[in-house]
Design a protein around this ligand. Structure first.
Ligand SMILES: Cc1cc2nc3c(=O)[nH]c(=O)nc-3n(C[C@H](O)[C@H](O)[C@H](O)COP(=O)(O)O)c2cc1C
Ligand code: SF4
Length: 411
């Protein structure tokens, strides 16, 4: 069942007349007949949660922004997509851009926004061209003329670091500053872009809105689970013949998602583990592929589905090496603003490299445990807080690949 990616199979999905004949912009037309409060109520009833990583309930965010003085809120579509193994937003942006713009317009109607941004990954050249084209078409058709105002929509080229996708770092860069996270509170919904309330939503989150408004919240809730309604769009890659993007109801098992993506191990190989949620998500042994992919089940295992990346690793791989590569990524991408992450990510990576090279010092195991704890508890933003997840989950699932007691935080 595809809703966020429903138009991705239409070769003319960037032509307004073609998408309108397939039902796109029906949600916007219906929303134009509703009050902002009625749109918000429908989205609240749908239970839509953010698809960019944190899984925060969209309607709660909108309500917070509407309560904050200094409105109307800015609306930002987060299309930075900088996490390794994540490419589902790119597919939506390139193959179904009108759906995203329709979702953006529905959100802007509910929020009363006069200005919106699409914060676009700097490498997504085709997406940029298509977005510019569909915005031009939507403008020419008068679709950006919301009641009492014209919505100004700008495409903002993201600077190209992983941290710039973090919503407060993102706001800093739109303001022309260095992309480092802001201390919270205040949250962007209270004081975001230029101090005004701001709602930041992921591409996929916004692309669910046309279905919710057209089909109704109940139809959305019939898909997925009670805690995770709707669908998820997964990016599937790694040791397999062909990477794929596939949309499935939330709570579908990992095994079924892989089947639907047509993912198979390379000839003569079998899968050993999966890196769920990209570098910050965590390592799951292949024997646990019956796990339901909703917001809750991975969290109970200390994992996170993040923005829906699934990276498959086969039996030629070492989980400790994969964890070390994730650690290298975080050491490289740390913005350096807070000490636990600036120093912790570098130390974590160095300790793991030594361990893999067989040149560890006796005290390194205990030191790694302390570093992991400092990262988790002391980091100022989600990057540092998630930087040890792959290491911890790899150690738990594949203890034989780590020296005894290595990295246990409670030593
Ligand atoms: C280091 C880091 C990078 C992030 N990168 C992205 C990103 O590329 N795209 C995205 O939508 N959210 C990203 N997020 C999450 C955003 O901060 C924010 O929660 C999200 O855009 C909100 O939209 P949603 O509620 O629709 O998911 C990132 C978070 C962190 C900590
Ligand atoms: S946790 Fe890391 S990325 Fe986040 S603010 Fe601190 S140094 Fe920067």
């Amino acid at each position: 069942m595809a809703l966020a990616t429903a138009g991705c199979y239409n070769p003319d999905s960037d032509l307004l007349q073609k998408v309108e004949s397939l039902g796109l912009y029906k949600g916007l037309r219906k929303a134009l007949g509703l009050s902002p409060g009625e749109i918000l109520d429908e989205v609240a009833r749908s239970g839509l949660r953010g698809r960019g990583g944190a899984g925060f309930t969209a309607a709660v965010k909108w309500e917070a922004a509407l309560r904050s003085p200094g409105g109307p809120p800015y609306l930002v579509c987060n299309a930075d997509e900088g996490a390794p193994g994540t490419f589902k937003d790119r597919v939506i942006l390139e193959a179904d851009p009108h759906r995203l713009i329709e979702g953006l317009l529905i959100a802007a109607l509910a929020l009363g926004s006069t200005e919106a941004f699409v914060y676009l990954n700097h490498g997504y050249a085709l997406a940029r061209r298509r977005l510019a084209r569909v915005l031009e078409q939507a403008g020419a058709e008068g679709l950006l003329a919301l009641p009492g105002r014209a919505l100004k929509v700008s495409i903002f080229p993201a600077p190209g670091s992983y941290i710039s996708g973090e919503e407060t770092a993102l706001l800093e860069t739109i303001e022309g500053k260095r992309g480092v996270p802001r201390p919270r509170p205040p949250f962007p919904t209270e004081s975001g872009l230029h101090g005004r309330p701001t709602v930041v939503q992921n591409v996929e989150t916004l692309s669910c809105l046309p279905f919710i408004i057209t089909g109704g919240a109940a139809a959305f809730r019939r898909l997925g689970t009670s805690g995770s309604p709707g669908t998820r769009v997964f990016s599937v890659s790694g040791d397999l013949m062909r990477p794929a993007v596939v949309e499935m109801p939330c709570g579908t098992t990992l095994r079924r998602v892989l089947e639907a993506a047509g993912a198979k191990p390379l000839p003569g190989r079998s899968w050993k583990f999966f890196l769920l949620g990209g570098a910050g998500g965590g390592i799951l042994p292949a024997s646990m592929d019956s796990i339901p992919l909703d917001f809750e089940a991975p969290a109970r295992l200390g994992l996170s589905l993040g923005s829906g990346a699934i990276l498959a690793f086969d039996d030629s791989r070492s989980a400790a090496r994969a964890a070390c590569q994730a650690a290298a990524f975080f050491a490289e991408e740390s913005c350096g603003w807070c000490a636990p992450c600036r120093q912790g990510t570098a130390m974590q990576h160095a300790i793991l490299e030594d361990m893999l090279a067989g040149s560890s010092r006796p005290e390194d195991g205990e030191l790694l445990g302390a570093v992991i704890e400092a990262l988790r508890l002391g980091s100022a933003c989600g990057l540092g807080q998630a930087a040890s997840r792959a290491v911890e989950t790899a150690r738990r699932a594949f203890p034989d690949e780590f020296p005894a007691g290595y990295g246990e935080a409670d030593q």
